[in-house]
Design a binder for this molecule. Structure first.
Ligand SMILES: CC(C)(COP(=O)(O)OP(=O)(O)OC[C@H]1O[C@@H](n2cnc3c(N)ncnc32)[C@H](O)[C@@H]1OP(=O)(O)O)[C@@H](O)C(=O)NCCC(=O)NCCS
Length: 166
């Protein structure tokens, strides 16, 4: 069902380069520690040579203040929930030599499928992303993510994600 696997020692992460130092450095130096500390899980898409990472993304639990939720959606939520549970797709990146071949889209669908499956056993109202720059924002907007007002973040409601997989 999933094309990705959890980052492990079989993956030669030091070879990965997507062109953005922050995202490369995260995979090289921090992702494994974050998994160990249960802060986030890093999923990688292997190439034909399974030690080569074509791309990766990270998932973790999170919440956003109710006040950030756009008014049209907020009206349907109980006011007693001051923080709304979400799933954070913290980072997503594709190696430079694999960009422009549909890998980013594949990773995003794989991530959304995991988010949706998780939402069946743990409440999660939306998937939230934190785009690094305008380029990343455009990528997520192309897949229906909307901006959360007064934050650099974007979201897609889990009800919308559900329609992809039900
Ligand atoms: C942004 C990124 C993830 C896209 O991955 P990719 O494999 O090159 O993208 P894909 O080939 O899967 O493209 C899928 C679709 O998204 C569109 N797309 C890709 N990059 C885009 C961008 N920057 N802006 C708008 N649309 C974009 C493509 O046109 C394509 O549309 P189509 O399905 O209608 O043909 C990749 O370029 C990358 O890793 N960049 C550096 C890291 C980064 O910015 N990550 C963003 C999250 S923080």
């Amino acid at each position: 069902m999933y094309l990705t696997a959890i980052l492990s020692s079989q993956h030669r992460k030091a070879l990965f380069s997507c062109g953005k130092a922050l995202l490369d450095g995260y995979l090289h130096h921090q992702a494994k520690q974050d998994i160990k500390r249960k802060l986030s899980v890093c999923f990688v898409l292997p190439a034909q040579d399974a030690s080569v990472v074509r791309g990766y993304y990270t998932l973790s639990n999170g919440s956003i203040p109710l006040s950030l939720v756009p008014a049209t959606i907020r009206r349907k939520l109980p006011e007693s929930y001051t923080a709304i549970p979400i799933t954070l797709l913290g980072r997503l990146a594709v190696g430079q030599q694999f960009q422009g071949q549909g890998i980013g889209k594949l990773l995003l669908i794989d991530a959304l499928r995991r988010c949706f499956e998780l939402s069946k056993s743990m409440g999660s109202f939306a998937v939230v992303v934190d785009p690094l720059d305008k380029d990343a924002e455009n990528f997520y907007a192309a897949f229906g993510f909307e901006k959360l007002p007064d934050s650099g973040k974007m979201f897609i409601p889990m009800q919308t994600v559900k329609q992809l997989f039900d």
